[in-house]
Design a protein around this ligand. Structure first.
Ligand SMILES: C[S@@+](CC[C@H](N)C(=O)[O-])C[C@H]1O[C@@H](n2cnc3c(N)ncnc32)[C@H](O)[C@@H]1O
Ligand SMILES: Nc1nc2[nH]cc(C(=O)O)c2c(=O)[nH]1
Ligand code: SF4
Ligand SMILES: [Mg+2]
Length: 221
């Protein structure tokens, strides 16, 4: 299966319950969801005239909408240049694509896999993949969060800036059969104190986890 890859880089997972885990990120190109506060808008458009060779998307320092086409075997070969054994597949919206060939290949070759998804597209991945759903409610693209995504999630990491986001999350959690086997996190959509204070307040009140995008505070990728 060929995937449009925006970048491959190694860093520390900065979000969710796996914050602090050394990880290789595979960022896929393309997303129609349209979150106004998205911090990777350069991954939204998948344009044929921006297709480049793989050397141009490895460890790049700037945000670019260029992408290279790699299948799961080529991606596996690229990972050998790194030390981390945890692979985070993100985007853009990675669940635009069938991630089973990639995640099955990774898991057969000694890597653990994680997906970062908005929950607005069906999730096709290996059963062992750790799935982080960051629900996108009421965005410009008009996509709905799928119940199947909420039920497949190992982690539900909700972006927060207003009280409405808490109500949105509580409504989505009602779709889930059980809350005993999912980690619920709140992630402020800016580093402004107000959004973070609101997140802290509701994490304490609801016994949810705080996810602050540690990498932005450390100025790392
Ligand atoms: C760039 S998205 C890509 C994966 C997928 N499209 C999604 O939204 O989950 C990766 C993560 O970054 C989060 N994110 C994007 N922009 C953000 C921002 N400005 N503040 C906080 N989190 C943000 C998303 O909620 C998601 O958890
Ligand atoms: N360090 C680091 N951690 C991350 N966790 C999720 C990310 C993403 O953009 O999907 C991300 C990212 O871009 N950098
Ligand atoms: S779904 Fe993810 S990649 Fe797409 S716009 Fe929203 S935050 Fe950005
Ligand atoms: Mg990011």
């Amino acid at each position: 299966m060929n995937y449009p890859v925006n970048e491959i880089f190694e860093t520390i997972q900065g979000e969710g319950a796996k914050t602090g885990v050394p990880s290789i990120f595979i960022r896929l190109q393309g997303c129609p969801v349209g979150c106004s506060w998205c911090d990777t808008k350069h991954t939204w458009e998948l344009n044929d005239n921006e297709k480049v060779s793989v050397e141009n998307i490895i460890n790049i320092s700037n945000a670019s909408s260029m992408w290279a086409e790699l299948d799961e075997i080529s991606l596996l070969a690229r990972l050998k240049h790194y030390s981390a054994k945890h692979v985070v597949i993100t985007g853009g919206e990675p669940c635009l694509y069938d991630l089973r060939p990639l995640t099955e290949t990774l898991n057969k070759n000694g890597y653990t896999s994680q997906i970062e998804t908005s929950g607005t597209f069906e999730i096709f991945t290996d059963n062992s993949t750790y799935v982080t759903v960051s629900p996108k409610v009421g965005m410009k693209g008009g996509f709905k969060v799928l119940q199947s995504a909420i039920n497949r999630a190992d982690e539900i990491k909700h972006p927060i800036a207003t009280e409405q986001h808490i109500e949105d999350l509580k409504a989505l959690l009602k779709l889930r059969n059980s809350l005993d086997d999912v980690c619920v996190c709140l992630q402020p959509i800016s580093q402004k104190p107000r959004a973070t204070e609101l997140a802290i307040h509701h994490c304490i009140k609801n016994n949810w986890r705080l996810s602050v995008q540690m990498h932005k505070y450390l100025s790392i990728d």
